[in-house]
Design a binder for this molecule. Structure first.
Ligand SMILES: [Zn+2]
Length: 267
């Protein structure tokens, strides 16, 4: 698909599993299990899908999946299996090399978004994409460095601090225009300052839903993940973005939905 000067690619980064109750919040299991059949320990499949914008002299990757540096114990807890580096394999299959990536937009620093931003080699972490500038909201970076007791488990310092130490991280302060066809919208319900890109021209618009709408099911107002720091803010943010998306016919791209990659929002 092409929007404005950008060719858009969906990059599959494998999948992992999370507790169904945590993902669907207050929605009773008899309702969600129809769309997300849980395994024997109540986990449901969650995809790790990144987005790639190619054009105007740039190759921009949005989020980086979970990466490779996982202990056997964590892999088992999260049902995360890989043979090769899934994001890298998917990029390669679509004709892109690590060196092609010029920009990496990290929506936020939860491990399922930043794990693939670094590689661990010879006892040290280094940026996975050697030519890229990485973007994160300053408020999210500061929060990730000192998270609350509620969300400490969602952050792994080794996946983002090495980027700062390597001098490749750019901290942004609120709403940002990457250029006249890509903007970063900022949301505060799921975590502090989650930035979600929208690419648009006069006719089309595609919004990367990150953890605002993890699955298409999360479009329903009361379906809010238990991970969210401020559920009532999520509720308001979902309503505001859906009102706009419906009025303007946006395509919404789902990072985590096993069933739907993207949908068009209508009234
Ligand atoms: Zn998250």
């Amino acid at each position: 698909m092409k929007i404005g000067g950008y060719e858009i690619h969906s990059i599959e980064g494998g999948s992992f599993s999370l507790d169904g109750g945590a993902l669907y919040g207050i929605i009773p299991r008899p309702l969600w299990q129809k769309v997300s059949p849980p395994d024997s320990v109540n986990r449901v499949e969650v995809r790790l899908r990144s987005l790639l914008f190619v054009g105007r002299g740039r190759t921009i990757l949005v989020d980086t999946g979970m990466g490779l540096n996982w202990s056997d114990k964590s892999r088992e807890i999260y049902n995360y299996s890989y043979v090769e580096n899934p994001i890298m394999e998917s990029l390669k299959a679509q004709g892109f090399a690590t060196e092609d990536i010029t920009d990496v937009i990290l929506s936020h620093l939860h491990f399922d978004h930043t794990g693939g931003a670094v590689v661990f080699e010879n006892g040290v972490y280094r940026p996975q994409f050697p030519r890229a500038v990485y973007y994160i909201q300053k408020e999210q970076f500061e929060w990730a460095a000192r998270p609350s007791g509620k969300d400490r488990g969602s952050y792994i310092e080794g996946t983002f601090m090495p980027l700062m130490e390597a001098g490749v991280m750019t901290l942004l302060d609120g709403y940002t225009r990457i250029d006249d066809e890509i903007e970063l919208l900022v949301f505060n319900g799921h975590t502090k300052a989650q930035q979600l890109p929208r690419v648009f021209d006069e006719r089309k618009s595609l919004f990367y839903a990150g953890d605002l709408f993890a699955f298409s099911y999360h479009i329903r107002p009361p379906c809010i993940m238990a991970y969210d720091l401020d559920p009532l803010t999520t509720l308001r943010e979902k309503d505001e973005i859906l009102t706009r998306a419906a009025a303007e016919g946006w395509i919404v791209f789902f990072q985590h939905d096993p069933q739907y990659t993207a949908v068009t929002i209508g009234k």
